[in-house]
Write a protein that binds this ligand. Structure first.
Ligand code: HSE
Length: 354
C-alpha cells in the first residue's frame, strides 16, 4: 500500500493556480479523503520570477519539464498548460514513464484521447480528464460509468463558458461583443487565444470528447460542423428577443441510424426552454437516453476554482486507486460501428431550436 502521493503540476496559469491553491489550502481535508498525503513536488512555469497572487514556495517552481517527468517521487502529473504542444508530448512521456496523468486539455483529448488512453492502459496507469469538458460539472465520469446502460440518442449542450457569458451580456445589457469578450478574458474564462472560444473550436473539441464517450466511437474535431458567435450583432439579439427567442451556442450530437451528426453553431431557442435559461459562464449538457429519457447536467463551465474542483477530484480518484493498487474500472471503448457526420449547410446566423 502506497504512503503519500507525489504530484507534479505542469502550468500555473488560471487553472494551475486554482489547483495549487486547493492542494495547498485543503491539504488535510484531501489527505483524509485520499487516505494518504497529496504532496505537491514541483510546478512547471515559464517565468519563475513573475508576481503571483498565489503564495507558493519559490523552490517548488521549475522551468524544466524533466524535473517533473523524470522525478521518481512524482506519481501523478497534472497537465494544465493547455494547447496541443508541448502538452501532448508531456502527457505521453509521463504515461510512458509509468506516471498517471490528470489533464484539463480538451484539444489534446479530442485529437489524441483514444491513443493516450490506450497507452495508459498498456502501462497500467491512469489518465483522467474530467476538467476537459464543462469545468466544474461532472461529465466524463458519468459518461464513462453512470449512464452506460443507455443507448444515447442525443446531446444538446452549452459547453463554452466564454461564449455563453458574451451572449448573455449582449442580450441582457446590450454590451458590445468586444467589451464582453474583454471581461471574459479578465475573469479567466477565455482561452489564451480567444479565437478558439468565439469560433466554436473549443466547443467542437469538447463535443468530440463527449460524443466519443456517449456513442463509444471515435469522433474527431474535424468531423464536427462548426460556426462561432463572432458574426452576431446586437440587432440579432433585439430581433430574437422580440420573437421570444434566446441565442445560445449549442453543441449537438444526434444519433441517426448508424451515423451520429455532430455540430456546433448559434441556435435560436424559445425563451422557456431550459437551455435558454442557462446564463453567463454556466454550462449545461442535456443528454437523451433510451432508459433515463432526458438528463441535465448544469454548473460553472470555466474559471479557476470550478475547474480545479474537477482536476483535484481526478487526483483524489487516482490517489485512491494507487494507494490500493486498484485496477482501472473506467476503461473506455470506442469500437461502435457508427459514422460521424456534419451534414448541416453553412449558411445563416442562427438556427431555430437545433
Ligand atoms: N475557455 C473555456 C470556456 C474554458 O470558456 O468554456 C473552459 O474549458
Amino acid at each position: 500500500m502506497k504512503k503519500g502521493i507525489g504530484i507534479g503540476l505542469l502550468g500555473l496559469g488560471v487553472v494551475g493556480s486554482g489547483v495549487a491553491q486547493v492542494l495547498l489550502q485543503k491539504a488535510d481535508f484531501l489527505e483524509r479523503q485520499a487516505g494518504s498525503p497529496l504532496s505537491l513536488k514541483r510546478v512547471l512555469v515559464r517565468h519563475p520570477g513573475k508576481r503571483r497572487s498565489l503564495k507558493i514556495a519559490p523552490a517548488l517552481l521549475t522551468t524544466r519539464a524533466e524535473d517533473i517527468l523524470q522525478d521518481p517521487a512524482v506519481d501523478i502529473v497534472v497537465e494544465v498548460i493547455g494547447g496541443e504542444s508541448p502538452a501532448r508530448e508531456y502527457i505521453r512521456e509521463a504515461l510512458q514513464r509509468g506516471k498517471s496523468v490528470v489533464t484539463a486539455n480538451k484539444e489534446v483529448m479530442a485529437k489524441y484521447g483514444p491513443e493516450l488512453l490506450s497507452l495508459a492502459g498498456e502501462k497500467g496507469v491512469f489518465l483522467h480528464f474530467e476538467a476537459s469538458v464543462g469545468g466544474g460539472i461532472p461529465l466524463i465520469a458519468p459518461f464513462q460509468r453512470d449512464i452506460r446502460a443507455n443507448d444515447i440518442r442525443g446531446i444538446h449542450a452549452i459547453i463554452n463558458g466564454t461564449c455563453n457569458y458574451i451572449l448573455t451580456r449582449m442580450a441582457r445589457e446590450g454590451a458590445e461583443f468586444a467589451e464582453a469578450l474583454k471581461s471574459a478574458q479578465e475573469l479567466g474564462y477565455a482561452e489564451a487565444d480567444p479565437t478558439n472560444d468565439i469560433e466554436g473550436i473549443d466547443a467542437s473539441y469538447k463535443l468530440a470528447i463527449l460524443a466519443s464517450l456517449a456513442f463509444q466511437m471515435v469522433v474527431r474535431p474535424e468531423d464536427v460542423y462548426r460556426e462561432g458567435i463572432s458574426r452576431l450583432a446586437l440587432r440579432d439579439f433585439k430581433f430574437a428577443r422580440e420573437l421570444g427567442y434566446a441565442i445560445r451556442l449549442l453543441a449537438i450530437a444526434k444519433r441517426d441510424g448508424d451515423s451520429v451528426e455532430v455540430r456546433v453553431h448559434p441556435v435560436l431557442l424559445p425563451e422557456d426552454y431550459l437551455l435558454a435559461k442557462v446564463d453567463g459562464v454556466f454550462n449545461a449538457v442535456q443528454v437523451e437516453g433510451d432508459l433515463f429519457g432526458k438528463l441535465l447536467f448544469y454548473g460553472q463551465g470555466a474559471g479557476a476554482l470550478p475547474t480545479a474542483s474537477a482536476v483535484v477530484t481526478d487526483i483524489l480518484a487516482i490517489a485512491q486507486k494507487l494507494r490500493c493498487a486498484a485496477p482501472d474500472s473506467s476503461r473506455v471503448s470506442f469500437d461502435q460501428q457508427l459514422r460521424a457526420s456534419s451534414p448541416w449547410p453553412r449558411s445563416g446566423r442562427a438556427t431555430i431550436c437545433g
